[in-house]
Design a protein around this ligand. Structure first.
Ligand code: EPU
Length: 438
């Protein structure tokens, strides 16, 4: 299969400031060809934080060029690490880290940076990290992070918008999480590396990004077992035994889902390279149920074929991994608009993750929100319109809608998109879409 290059328009950004940039899509072109996934944002950001654990240099490979990665690099630099980004490799020398305060100006730009709390506690027994606050998709509490650190023996208080934690020593224990929070699992895992004895996290998040983080900690001399299951065991190690490590970032499963859904709204035949299908079973199963044809070409190459006008309605409920991911909830919504029946999406992870629905309605979608459910009635067509992204995944959802819509769609507020996708519009152009940035 070859990539189509017809309809390629040059990316024109001259004259538009980053804030004014928009993605312009002339919809209705089928996608055909081959595309390669970049590394997972939600894995790499946490592994960057893990590098703080050890005096030494950690090298992360297959790192995507995302604004979130650059912002995380700035957080680490503020703490005293030397961070070099070259191509898809990030080198972090944390030998001279001397600061354990992550200020509001930095953490508020990037919620994921809250995960420096764990390694700072492991290494210095002291940390002051700004509370990240809520965001467009929900409240995003941190009570489980706080409780986990307290159970490890830390004193934790909230003062003037900061989490301030300190401990004479950390001691391993069993910590049950009321819900399998990714962030809490990560912070506790990282702090427990510096605890005396064994920590067991029960009802841990089982996401592939947690496994990648555990592999990274182990490459640095840590002892973590069971990542990828609901029970993770962390054996504390003396800090002087930790060292830098080299680790590959897993593929971005959300980017994988993005290309699958885009192929479904446009119709077409796309080969997605560098994918791990094990990470996407819930999504593959939904796509097949809706009528897409999915096959594996090679262990890391998924082929999706889909015909426009043949998609069936279905219901989707988001769940912690391995359930259907909340991060792909916004993106499946436009696909459901192109079915012939009525579908219901139920969001169970966040309280407020339907902001994209109002924008999709502006394109002609028939969507009603009732509490944490969205009822989507299939329509004959979506029509291009100017639409505004409210968060990263909403931005991708609107692009998918635009690719399937009639006429021209303009997606604004691209700062959200650039946090999590590298060259998305170029990749779509390579598949034959009529899409450019201006
Ligand atoms: N929660 C609590 N208490 C806590 C922690 C979390 O009640 O102490 C709640 C949150 O309020 C939320 C739910 O649990 O409603 C899930 O939170 P989780 O901690 O699992 O999420 P996170 O670590 O903050 C990561 C991803 C998100 C993704 C979620 C769920 C990163 C940087 N972010 O967030 O990704 O939606 O897990 O899978 O890893 C995205 O990439 O667009 C994104 C938002």
């Amino acid at each position: 299969m070859t990539s189509k290059t017809e309809n390629m328009d040059p990316t024109i950004t001259d004259g538009a400031s980053e804030e004014e940039q928009r993605i312009i899509i002339r919809g209705g072109k089928p996608l055909n060809g081959q595309v390669r996934l970049h590394g997972a944002k939600n894995a790499v950001l946490k592994m960057m934080a893990a590098a703080l654990l050890a005096k030494g240099t950690t090298v992360l490979k297959n790192v995507p060029n995302l604004s979130d990665v650059h912002m995380m690099a700035n957080v680490l630099r503020h703490l005293g690490a030397k961070v070099t980004i070259s191509g898809s490799e990030v080198e972090i020398d944390a030998t001279d880290v001397h600061e354990w305060e992550a200020p509001y100006e930095l953490v508020s730009k990037l919620r994921a940076s809250f995960v420096v709390l764990g390694p700072l506690m492991a290494r210095f027994r002291e940390a002051k990290v700004s509370l990240p606050g809520g965001c467009a998709i929900g409240e995003r509490k941190i009570d489980l992070h706080e409780r986990g650190l307290k159970l490890l023996g830390a004193e934790v208080r909230i003062d003037h918008g900061y989490v301030i934690a300190s401990a004479k020593k950390l001691t391993g224990t069993t910590i049950y999480l009321d819900r399998p929070s990714n962030g809490a699992t990560e912070n506790i895992m990282l702090a427990a590396v510096g605890a005396e004895g064994t920590t067991i996290i029960e009802n841990a998040a089982q996401d592939p990004e947690i496994v990648n983080l555990a592999d990274c900690i182990n490459a640095m001399g840590g002892k973590v077992e069971g990542a990828g299951t609901y029970q993770i065991t962390i054996e504390g190690v003396p800090l002087e035994e930790l060292h830098g490590g080299v680790i590959d970032t897993i593929p971005d499963r959300v980017e994988g889902g993005t290309f699958m859904f885009a192929t479904m709204v446009t119709g077409g035949d796309v080969l997605i390279e560098g994918i791990d299908p094990h990470h996407l079973y819930s999504v593959i199963s939904k796509c097949s149920e809706m009528g897409a044809e999915i096959s594996m070409y090679a262990p890391d190459m998924l082929r999706i074929k889909s015909e426009r006008g043949k998609l069936k309605a279905t219901d989707v409920t988001t769940h912690p991994y391995p359930g259907f991911p909340t991060d792909l909830q916004a993106l499946i919504m436009p696909v459901l608009c192109f079915t012939s029946g009525t579908s219901i999406i139920t969001e169970t992870i966040y309280e407020n993750r339907f902001m994209h629905a109002a924008e999709l309605r502006r394109m002609g979608a028939d969507i009603t929100i009732k509490g944490n459910s969205a009822v989507i009635k299939g329509v004959d067509k979506l029509m291009g319109a100017e639409v505004k992204s409210s968060d990263l995944r909403a931005a991708a959802a609107l692009i998918i809608a635009g690719l399937g819509a009639e006429g021209v769609t303009e997606v604004t507020e691209l700062k959200h998109l650039d946090r999590g996708y590298e060259n998305l519009e170029e990749k779509f152009r390579g598949l034959g879409a009529d899409i450019w940035r201006r």
